[in-house]
Design a protein around this ligand. Structure first.
Ligand code: ADP
Ligand code: MG
Length: 353
C-alpha cells in the first residue's frame, strides 16, 4: 500500500513533459538505438542553454526508461539524474519513439578525459576544483586513478545491489558530473534487471566487444528464461547467486583500470589488440604480463610500475577483476574493500552522496 501511495504521489508531483516542451540543441551522440541531444525547456527562457539531455530511442527505450526509474528510486547517485521518459507517437510518418530526459551532468565522459594528454591530471583538477601545483609522478597519478576507480565501483555497487547489471560499462558511458564532482554511469539501454526479469535474455548484439567479458551470455544458457514481465522476484536472487551476472561489469571496469594505467592501451585498436593477446594467454593476465615484460617499451613498463606501487596492490586488484571465470572476479563491494583503496584518495565531495 505504501509503495502504491508513494508511486502515486511521485507521479502526481513530478513534472511531466511532452515533445513540444523541448528546444533541441547540439547533438551529443548517435548510436544504432537512438540519438542524444542537449535540450532546454521551451517555456523556461531563464534556464541555461541546454541544461537537459534528450535521448530519442527506438524500442529499447522502454527498457531504458524502466531502468532509469528504478535507479532513481534505489541508487540515484550511481547514474545521471533522470528527469522523465515517455512514448512519443505524435508524428505520423515515423515509428513511435521513446523520449528520455536527464539533467545535463557535464561536458566530459571518462573517454574524453582519458584520451587527453593531460590524463589523469585533468581529472584531478575536475575533482578538486583547483589546479594542484605539485610535482607530477607515478604516486600522484596512482592516487587519481584510485579515486576514479573507487567512484566507478561505488556507482556499480549501487546498481548491482539494486539487481541491475549494466552490461555496457566503458569510458564512453561514464560521465563526469560537474555538480557532484564525481563520475556517474549513463546509458542503461543494454542493462538488465534480474530481480524482476526485465530484459533478462541478453541481446548480445548490444554488447560492446571491446569491453565485454569472455562469457558473452550473462546467465548460463542452461538457466530457464525469466518472464518478461516484472513478477518473478522470489526466483531471481537465486539465479543471481548461481551465475554472478554482476561480474560481467567488473570485467569491463577492470579493462578501464588497465587503460588508465597504460596510456598505450587507450586507443580502440590497442585495446582490441590487448584482447587478442589476452585470449591467446587463455585470459591469464599474469601470463600476458610475463609474455610482454622482457621486451617491454618504457611506457608499458611505467604502467606496470604504477600498478606495482605499495607492494603491487594495484596489480593485485586488476588481477582479481580481469579473470576468465566470473566466480573468480571480485564483486563491486569486495573490490571497494580491497587494500588498493586503503590509502586515502583525492579529497572528494563524497560525503554529499
Ligand atoms: P548512446 O551511447 O546510446 O548513443 P548515451 O546514453 O551513452 O547514448 O549518450 C550519448 C552521449 O551523450 C554520451 O556519451 C555523453 O557524451 C552524452 N550524455 C548522455 N547523457 C548525458 C548527461 N546526463 N549529461 C551530459 N551528457 C550526457
Ligand atoms: Mg553510450
Amino acid at each position: 500500500f505504501d509503495m502504491f501511495v508513494l508511486a502515486f504521489v511521485e507521479r502526481f508531483f513530478r513534472p511531466s513533459y511532452k515533445k513540444d516542451d523541448f528546444v533541441l540543441g547540439k547533438k551529443l551522440g548517435e548510436g544504432s538505438f537512438g540519438v542524444v541531444y542537449r535540450v532546454s525547456l521551451a517555456n523556461k527562457p531563464s534556464s541555461k542553454e541546454g541544461d537537459l539531455v534528450l535521448k530519442k530511442a527506438t524500442e529499447y527505450g522502454a527498457v531504458e526508461i524502466w531502468m532509469n526509474e528504478r535507479v532513481r528510486r534505489a541508487c540515484a547517485s550511481s547514474c545521471a539524474d533522470f528527469v522523465y521518459g515517455f512514448l512519443e507517437s505524435s508524428s505520423k510518418k515515423s515509428a513511435a519513439e521513446y523520449w528520455l530526459i536527464w539533467r545535463f551532468e557535464g561536458d566530459a565522459t571518462l573517454a574524453d578525459l582519458v584520451q587527453s594528454r593531460e590524463f589523469p591530471y585533468n581529472v584531478e583538477t575536475l575533482i578538486l576544483g583547483v589546479v594542484q601545483d605539485l610535482p607530477k609522478g607515478l604516486e600522484r597519478e596512482n592516487r587519481i586513478i584510485q579515486t576514479i576507480m573507487r567512484q566507478i565501483l561505488f556507482a556499480l555497487d549501487g546498481l548491482h545491489s539494486t539487481g541491475i547489471v549494466h552490461r555496457d560499462i566503458k569510458p564512453q558511458n561514464i560521465i563526469f558530473s560537474e555538480e557532484s564532482r564525481t563520475f556517474k554511469i549513463i546509458d542503461l539501454g543494454a542493462a538488465t534487471d534480474l530481480r524482476v526479469g526485465i530484459n533478462y535474455i541478453p541481446k548480445e548484439f548490444l554488447l560492446d566487444p571491446r569491453y565485454a567479458a569472455p562469457e558473452q551470455y550473462i546467465m548460463s544458457t542452461q538457466t530457464p528464461s525469466a518472464p518478461s514481465v516484472p513478477v518473478a522476484t522470489a526466483l531471481s536472487p537465486v539465479l543471481w547467486q548461481l551465475n554472478l551476472p554482476d561480474r560481467f561489469d567488473i570485467y569491463s571496469a577492470g579493462l578501464i583500470f588497465l587503460q588508465m594505467a597504460f596510456p598505450g592501451l587507450r586507443s580502440d585498436n590497442s585495446l582490441i589488440q590487448f584482447n587478442r593477446q589476452l585470449k591467446r594467454c587463455d585470459y591469464d593476465i599474469v601470463a600476458w604480463r610475463k609474455s610482454l615484460e622482457p621486451r617491454c617499451s618504457p611506457e608499458l613498463r611505467r604502467g606496470f610500475e604504477l600498478l606495482d606501487l605499495d607492494g603491487g596492490i594495484g596489480w593485485e586488484l586488476l588481477k582479481s577483476m580481469v579473470r576468465y571465470t566470473a566466480r573468480q572476479r571480485l564483486s563491486a563491494k569486495a573490490a571497494l574493500a580491497h587494500p588498493y583503496f586503503d590509502k586515502e584518495g583525492l579529497l572528494t565531495l563524497s560525503f554529499m552522496q
